[in-house]
Each structure stands twice: as C-alpha cells, then as structure tokens.
Design a protein around this ligand. Structure first.
Ligand code: PLP
Length: 402
C-alpha cells in the first residue's frame, strides 16, 4: 500500500469556509422544515438591478462572447473599472493596471500568490475575514495577527502594527470597512497607517469591496489615494458583489503596479482564463452606471443596523460596538461563555452558536471563524421582520443563561 497522502499537505491544511458552512447548515435545516433565521450570509438580500441583468441577457446572445476573451478581462470593462475607481476613490490607474478576476476572492488569492515568497510575513488585523488566512498560507506566507477588540471598535493603531512588524514583514493587509466587524478607519487613521507602511517599505494590499457601505457620517477613505507615498507598492482589491447585489455573478478585480498585474494575469491565464463574458458585461453595466441602487440598499442596511445594534446591546452579557460600515455586527459574548443554558454549559463561542442554532433556530457565525473566539458575527443583510424575530429569539434564549 502506498504511504503517500491522498490529499496533499498543502491543500489538507485549508479549512472549510466557516461562514459558508454555517450558512449551508442553516439552509439545510430550513429545507428540512425548521423555521431558521440565518444571520450568517455575507450577501445583500436584494436582487441584482434589472439594467444589469438586461446587459447580461444581451451579452449571452452575442456570438463574440461565446468565445475565449483576454485572460485579464474585457478591455472595455478594464477601462470602466479604471474610470469607476477614479470617480469613487480618486485613485488614478489606467486600464493596463486592472486585472478582472472571478470575484473578489480570486483577487485575494492572486494578490498574495503574486506578492509572497515562503516565510514573508503579512500583518493582518484580527478579527479578519475567513478567506485571508487560507490565501496567505497557500502562498507560503506567514500571517501575523494584530488583535483588536470591542474597546477600540476593532481598530488597530500604528503602535500595535509596529509591535508586530519584523524584518520579514512584507505586506500590510488593510480592510476598511471591515468584514466581520464593520469597523471603518477615519481619514486621519488611514493616513497615519499608510505613512507608517510607506516609511517601512511595506506593501499594502487593500480590500475596498465595502467602499459604498458606510453609515452615520463615517466615510470610506482609499489608503491608495490618501497616501501617495505608498507609490507602486499598493494593490487594490474590489468587486461588484456587495455594491450591486451581484454575489453570484463572480466578478472582482485587482489594481496594482504593472509587474504585479502582469504576473497575476499569467497565473490567472493558467488557472481560469477569462471570467465569464456574460458576467463581465453585467459588471460593465454595473460599474458604468450610477450608484442609486447601492444608495437604496444602504438606506435599508442602515435602518437594520441601528435596530440590530440596539437590540443586541439590550441582551445581558452581550456588548456590540456600533459598526460603521459593511453589513455586519460583531458583538462580544465572552460573558456568556461557561454559563449554564438549557442544561448545557458551552465552553466557547462556537459551542454557544451551535446551541443557539438548535434551541433558538437562529444561525450566527462564531468568532472562531475570524480569529477571535468570544464573539459572534451577525449579518444585517436580511429582511427587517426576520431580523427583529431572530434577535428576539436570541435575546429570549440568552436571558436564560446563568
Ligand atoms: C472583505 C471581503 N473581501 C472580498 C470578498 C469577496 O467577494 P466576492 O468573491 O464575492 O467578490 C468578500 C466577500 O464576502 C469580503 O467580505
């Protein structure tokens, strides 16, 4: 018998996406007839706007889109992404510095695969989105966590970053608005962090996918624009998923210096070739149109955000700082761990989340998925009535903890 592993060491080390797993479990329980309310999903509950869908239908009828197109993206889409970036964040990059990817996720993978050699360190502010560690690991990089908590609204300062920097640090990952916490760095904080990175010659990979979802006076600042000192050591990640309710269409992009974009395009040319042309044409309609659809979604998300945060903070043992962006709340539930609840004593936020799913039929993602046990992530991208019902069930159950 062969002693070789069936699945390689590298790929065995990748964990299942915890957020997708919670979502899948909740959906399966729902399909089995249980009245589950899911706070797990990382996607808008709105359909894609009609004019975008129409552009896709027209593209599907066009024979030239039935064929392979350039691996790095349709030239007209790359042009439109460059123009949209100029419009929304003031960042100047021509179309040759844009690579169209299969969702923001592929942009994340390609950015780290292109920048990291084995042993290169990446500073990652925790709580972090679940995909980053896997992409960094697969590229041979070493993730160094910079852990934040509710007392600072999950924001990291330069001193904390500096304490984590070593002579092997190559990249700072900067995500604002943040998934999972909804934290948004102010312009001043962004500039301070960007200048510190530039001073130490670090690359900055910045994920701007939630750029249009900020609330209560908070404003998105692109670190790439605000800190010109970063020069050509900045890679912007973005996509249409969250802004235009297009999670299923799988279009994202990466903007970077020519050598990085060229190398990442080479990688993509062997991995996936061009992104589906139909989806690219839908994305073209999205990014060349106005922002009225996201303005309407933002209004609904803001209302739900306020309701959710108020209700969560009324639950004894739960502390939820106000999220300023994206569509997630990230309450601390540390005080509830180890208490008795329905004859059990959950010893972690993961166990507490399991118990909540079974007893209250409410799905939340435990903080373990984001590098910080003791917390939950709840998405408020779901209908108002479901949101109130779900948090009420949570409150009722958690009130029994003693
Ligand atoms: C912070 C962040 N970046 C990137 C993505 C990637 O989105 P997609 O691959 O759907 O474009 C997500 C999706 O959840 C996200 O939360």
């Amino acid at each position: 018998m062969s002693t070789r592993r069936r699945v390689s060491t590298r790929i065995s080390a990748i964990s299942e996406s915890a957020t997708l797993a919670v979502d899948a479990k909740a959906k399966a329980m729902k399909a089995a007839g249980r009245p589950i309310i899911g706070f797990g999903a990382g996607e808008p509950d709105f359909p894609t706007p009609d004019y975008i869908v129409e552009a896709a239908v027209a593209a599907a009828r066009e024979p030239r889109f039935h064929k392979y197109t350039p691996a790095g993206g349709l030239p007209e889409l790359k042009q439109a992404i460059a123009a949209k970036t100029r419009r929304d964040s003031g960042y100047e990059a021509d179309a040759s510095r844009v690579l169209v990817t299969n969702g923001g996720k592929q942009a994340v993978y390609e950015a780290f695969a292109t920048l990291l050699d084995p042993g290169d360190e990446v500073l990652v502010v925790a709580p972090y989105w679940t995909t980053y560690p896997e992409a960094i690991k697969l590229a041979g990089g070493v993730q160094v966590d910079v852990v934040t908590d509710e007392t600072t609204g999950y924001l990291a300062g330069v001193e904390q970053l500096e304490a984590a920097r070593t002579d092997r640090t190559k990249v700072l990952l900067f995500v604002s608005p943040s998934n999972p916490t909804g934290a948004v760095y102010s312009r001043e904080q962004t500039v301070e962090i960007g200048r510190w990175a530039a001073e130490h010659g670090l690359w900055v990979v910045t994920d701007e996918i939630y750029e249009h979802l900020t609330y209560g006076g908070a404003e998105f600042t692109s670190i790439a624009t605000a800190v010109p000192e970063l020069g050509d050591q900045v890679v912007i990640l973005n996509g249409v998923a969250k802004t235009y309710a297009m999670t299923g269409w799988r279009v994202g992009w990466l903007i970077g210096p020519p050598d990085v974009v060229k190398a990442a395009t080479n990688l993509q040319s062997h991995a996936t070739s061009n992104v589906s042309n139909v989806s690219q044409m839908a994305a073209l309609a999205a990014v060349s149109g106005d922002l009225s659809a996201v303005a309407r979604m933002r209004e609904a998300f803001d209302r739900r955000r306020q309701t959710m945060v108020r209700m969560l903070n009324e639950i004894p043992g739960v502390l939820c700082p106000e999220p300023k962006g994206a569509f997630y709340a990230y309450p601390a539930v540390k005080e509830l761990i180890g208490k008795e609840l329905r004859g059990r004593r959950p010893g972690s936020s993961a166990e507490l989340a399991e118990l909540i799913l079974e007893e209250a039929e409410v799905a939340v993602v435990p903080g373990e998925a984001f590098g910080t046990p003791g917390y939950f992530r709840l998405s408020y991208a779901l209908g108002d009535d479901d949101l109130v019902e779900g948090v009420s069930r949570l409150a009722k159950l958690l009130a029994e903890a003693h």
